[in-house]
Each structure stands twice: as structure tokens, then as C-alpha cells.
Design a protein around this ligand. Structure first.
Ligand code: AP5
Length: 217
């Protein structure tokens, strides 16, 4: 099963994916987490990606496509894709890759939310660099301040969650990524729109209801 989770930066893709993978027994493939992992390990890809990520721009398609095709292969095509595809070129390549493997996207979920809310969510986010757990300084505090509940590591603010980079990321989303929804609509794909302004639990329930509805058909 392949699920694509779309939505702007801070819409809650990572938060919701953690629930989806548990419920549907899928592998969570977050292009952002994979890139950050490369940066921590100081690989060639990590070094190339750093400048784009820190300025809120997209990493070039070719680098991302190669990275994600490898990740999908390792997951044996049973995955939820978070942050990929992010351009129409990436969406086209994903379709080609899946069709080579006689697979297809089973569900496309789009988290719909207003930009004003996103800025607050992103600038208040704190992340665990070790296990990728996600917190928020107001709405999802860890039990001990600045410490990950799950693995005990020190929480950090992502370099791209600073206000000036957040503005650029939102602009990049509207200029380059929003078109991916149009790509799928133009190709007759059903898009499951979700109101992502609701609480984490409510959004999770909406997604589960839509995905279960698809499975029942
Ligand atoms: P990436 O890491 O993918 O960042 P993003 O898409 O900008 O998404 P985020 O991780 O910021 O947000 P999210 O939607 O996962 O929200 P979250 O659940 O954390 O990409 C980073 C960079 O890598 C890109 O800018 C680019 O440079 C590069 N890159 C990655 N993929 C690429 C690609 N395919 N092509 C090219 N370049 C690529 O939630 C956010 C906060 O809100 C948290 O604090 C959370 O607790 C809180 N929250 C979540 N849901 C709710 C809710 N319902 N109510 C209240 N608070 C909530």
C-alpha cells in the first residue's frame, strides 16, 4: 500500500504519519527526515542539501528522486510518503517508478490549512534529532522541558523553523508544491481533503475515516 500525504509546511504531516504507520503497518518515509539524517552523517547528499534546506528552498529534483526511489524500494512499496512528491516533476517520476513495480498510489491525502496557523505551529515546534519525535512549546509539551519523552535526547528547534525561513518555505510551497495537487486532479486521481486546522486527534480521526472508507470499497 502506498499513501501520499500532501500539505504545506507545518500542516501536521509528520505528526499524522506517525499515527498512520502504526494503524496501517506501513513504513514512514519522510523526505525531510531522511535529508536531515544525511546532514547529521555529513554525507555528500547531506552537504549538497544543507544550503537549500536552511534557506527554505527545495533540494533539486534529481537528488530527491534518487533518494526517495531507494527508500521506497527498501520499504518494499508499503509506505506513507511525507514531503514527497513536492514538485510536478517528482510526482511524474513517482508514478513512473511505481508503475515499473506494478504498483500505484492507493490514497492521496491533502492536509488543508491557513498560512496564519502554520507560522505559529512551525516557530513553536521542537524536534528530537535522535528519534524525530515532534513537540510544540504550547500545544504538545514534553513531560520534562526540552527533553524527548521517547528517547531522552535534548530537543532542538530546526534551523528552518526560524521565522524568516518559515516565510520562505511557505512561499516555496505556494510557488512549487501546491501544483502537485493540480497534477493529481488533472490525472483523475481522487484527493482526500482533510481539515488540518482541527486538533491532532480530530485530524487523525478524519484521515482514518477516509482511508477506511477507501478500503471498504
Ligand atoms: P520537511 O521536513 O518535509 O518539512 P515540511 O514539509 O516543511 O514539513 P514540516 O516537517 O515542517 O511540517 P509537518 O507538516 O510535518 O508538520 P508537523 O507534524 O511537524 O522538509 C524540510 C526541507 O527539506 C524542505 O524545506 C526542503 O528544503 C527539503 N525537502 C524535503 N522534501 C523535499 C522534496 N520532496 N523536494 C525538495 N526538497 C525537499 O507539525 C508542525 C507543528 O505543529 C508541531 O509542533 C506539531 O506538534 C504541531 N501540530 C501538528 N498538528 C497539529 C494540530 N492538528 N493542532 C495543533 N498543533 C499541531
Amino acid at each position: 500500500m502506498v499513501i501520499v500525504l500532501l500539505g504545506p509546511p507545518g500542516a501536521g504531516k509528520g505528526t499524522q504519519c506517525k499515527r498512520i504507520v502504526e494503524k496501517y503497518k506501513l513504513v514512514h518515509l519522510s523526505s525531510g527526515d531522511i535529508l536531515r539524517n544525511h546532514r547529521t552523517k555529513e554525507t555528500e547528499l547531506g552537504k549538497k542539501a544543507a544550503e537549500y534546506m536552511d534557506s527554505g528552498k527545495l533540494v533539486p529534483d534529481q537528488l530527491i528522486i534518487e533518494m526517495m526511489v531507494g527508500a521506497i524500494e527498501s520499504a518494499k512499496g508499503n509506505c506513507v510518503l511525507d514531503g514527497f512528491p513536492r514538485t510536478v516533476v517528482q510526482a511524474g517520476e513517482l508514478d513512473k517508478e511505481l508503475s515499473r513495480k506494478e504498483k500505484k498510489i492507493d490514497a492521496i491525502v491533502d492536509l488543508v490549512i491557513d498560512d496564519g496557523i502554520l507560522e505559529r505551529r512551525l516557530t513553536g515546534r521542537r524536534s528530537c534529532p535522535a528519534c524525530n519525535a515532534i513537540y510544540h512549546i504550547d500545544t504538545l509539551k514534553p513531560k520534562a522541558e526540552g527533553v524527548c519523552d521517547k528517547c531522552g535526547s535534548k530537543l532542538v528547534q530546526r534551523t528552518d523553523d526560524k521565522p524568516q525561513v518559515v516565510k520562505q518555505r511557505l512561499q516555496t510551497y505556494h510557488q512549487q508544491t501546491a501544483a502537485v495537487v493540480g497534477y493529481y486532479a488533472d490525472n483523475g486521481r481522487k484527493i482526500l481533503d482533510i481539515d488540518a486546522e482541527k486538533s491532532v486527534d480530530e485530524v487523525a480521526a478524519l484521515i482514518t475515516a477516509k482511508l477506511d472508507g477507501l478500503k471498504a470499497k
